[in-house]
Design a protein around this ligand. Structure first.
Ligand code: FAD
Length: 438
């Protein structure tokens, strides 16, 4: 294995693991924000999601220290596992010199099979170069000495929405700049509306249909210029405008590996590239930028290379979560594919506001939604918007994977009171009416 920056990759060291660790702390602040409603008083804390002079504050060095330590520990676990499997790790940048040769530092390694998994890099916005101090990409956040007091997040896709949600909960005053009509433009529209509503209610400024043209330092802060001439000022700016493939300088041409017009490596459903013996997996392929998909692509590549029977990658069963508060978890078909007629499905959406457990825990934002085939009742997808939706979606995932029907889910016991009870209730609502004989 040739790895330039650290085992576990960006997923473990800078992207997925650190951001979810940050969000674990922001969730705790979210609980504290709700505590007054639940009858718990914190002396000097006004219960509002703004930086308060009360006794609850964020210890930024400790927060970021924990995040970095956890990432390093996770990376060490990967290293231990590789060592136990007898994998040689070469800490170097590698590049192909042909389809079966990799140059890593001064070593040239021959291989029957090569797997490229070089990931991605934060996309840069011309006129908004990160300086690592006040103009930042998400990999630079954890070196800050303090919590940004006024954070401007540019980009309202998954990464932007997650960080905006987390920093708002931690006490930063957040402005989210979104070029589209609403945040999370590629996600379930009902879910995006709920999350945007929560953002605004908690005091976040969401600037829709606003495109950032440039970001500059100004005194002890930053100034973002929008394409219509407006300006937004803050203490820090976080750029979340997408991921570019890390495929430059990899020697792909020499090896005959084709890339698309944006530089992503082209692969088929068993992770083969255009060069025989060269496979690619993960963000460098641009297929679906999730750690779970990257790992599956890698496994499929290796099974295929070893000549095992292999099922091609299926993207219609991928479960994914956006870790905002509340979380949005999805699996299977989307609302867009149902609305366009591409998929024929009945839909039911149940608001969590009527769920007894949700009331007890003091939240009302969220819903469960199920999609099922009209005649057979087979469950083909679902959306859960709730705290810990990432855990709740497994029931729908199982149903989609195992082609369970709404009748089967409706007959499954759910605990009372529980959020998952809303899933079985949604299934009951989709059951075919029992035909009565005369
Ligand atoms: C902020 C953020 C949060 C995320 N959260 C989630 C989440 O909650 N769940 C989820 O499923 N996904 C999440 N993702 C997506 C997930 O992180 C990626 O899909 C995943 O990291 C892709 O894995 P990979 O192996 O393709 O690449 P990476 O994890 O990017 O690893 C690639 C590695 O290759 C190394 N490398 C690159 N070029 C070379 C070279 N020439 N020689 C040697 N080494 C090289 C890099 O240094 C890097 O270490 C998140 C992404 C971001 C940005």
């Amino acid at each position: 294995m040739v790895e330039a920056d650290g085992l576990g990759g960006a997923c473990v060291l800078t992207d997925c693991v650190p951001s979810k660790t940050l969000i674990a702390s922001s969730e705790t602040m979210g609980l504290l924000h709700r505590s007054a409603d639940l009858g718990i008083r914190i002396e000097g804390y006004d219960g509002r999601m703004t930086r308060s002079p009360g006794s609850v504050t964020v210890d930024a060095p400790r927060l970021y220290g924990r995040i970095k330590a956890l990432a390093r520990a996770q990376s060490a676990d990967v290293a231990a596992r590789l060592a136990a499997e007898g994998v040689e790790v070469i800490a170097s940048r590698g590049r192909l010199t042909g389809p079966h040769t990799v140059l890593a530092g001064d070593r040239e390694i021959s291989a029957g099979v090569v797997l490229l998994a070089t990931g991605g890099l934060p996309r840069q916005l011309p006129g908004a170069e990160p300086d690592g101090e006040r103009i930042l990409n998400w990999r630079q956040l954890y070196d800050l000495a303090e919590l940004p007091s006024e954070l401007i997040v540019v980009g309202s896709g998954v990464t932007g929405a997650e960080f905006a949600s987390a920093y708002q909960a931690l006490g930063s005053q957040v402005t989210l700049i979104s070029s589209r009509d609403r945040v999370l433009p590629h996600e379930d529209p009902d879910a995006a509306v709920v999350v945007e509503d929560v953002f605004r209610r908690r005091g976040m400024t969401v600037l829709s249909r606003s495109r950032a043209d440039g970001v500059k330092r100004e005194g002890n802060g930053v100034i973002v210029t929008l394409s219509d001439g407006r300006t937004v000022r803050g203490s820090h700016c976080l750029l979340t405008v997408g991921v570019m493939p890390a495929t430059m300088g990899l020697g792909l041409d020499q090896a005959g590996v084709r890339v698309d017009e944006r530089g992503f490596i082209q692969v088929d459903k068993v992770s083969r590239t255009s060069a025989p013996g060269v496979y690619a997996a993960g963000d460098c392929t641009g297929v679906l930028m999730l750690a779970s998909v990257a790992a599956m692509q890698g496994r499929i590549a290796m099974w295929h290379a070893l000549g095992e029977a292999v099922q091609p990658l299926r993207l219609d069963h991928v479960a994914a979560t956006i870790f905002t508060e509340p979380e949005i978890a999805t699996v299977g078909v989307s609302q867009a594919s149902v609305d366009s007629g591409e998929v024929e499905a009945k839909t039911v959406k149940l608001a969590l506001a009527t769920n007894a457990r949700a009331k007890m825990q003091g939240f009302r934002d969220g819903f469960v939604k199920l999609f099922a085939r009209p005649r057979s009742g087979t469950i083909v997808g679902g959306v859960v918007v709730a705290p810990r939706a990432s855990e709740l979606i497994l029931a729908v995932s199982l149903a989609v994977e195992q082609m369970l029907t709404v009748d089967q889910m409706a007959h499954t016991f759910a605990v009372y009171p529980s959020l998952s009870g809303s899933l079985t209730e949604a299934a009951r609502k989709l059951m075919r009416p029992v035909e009565t004989s005369r």
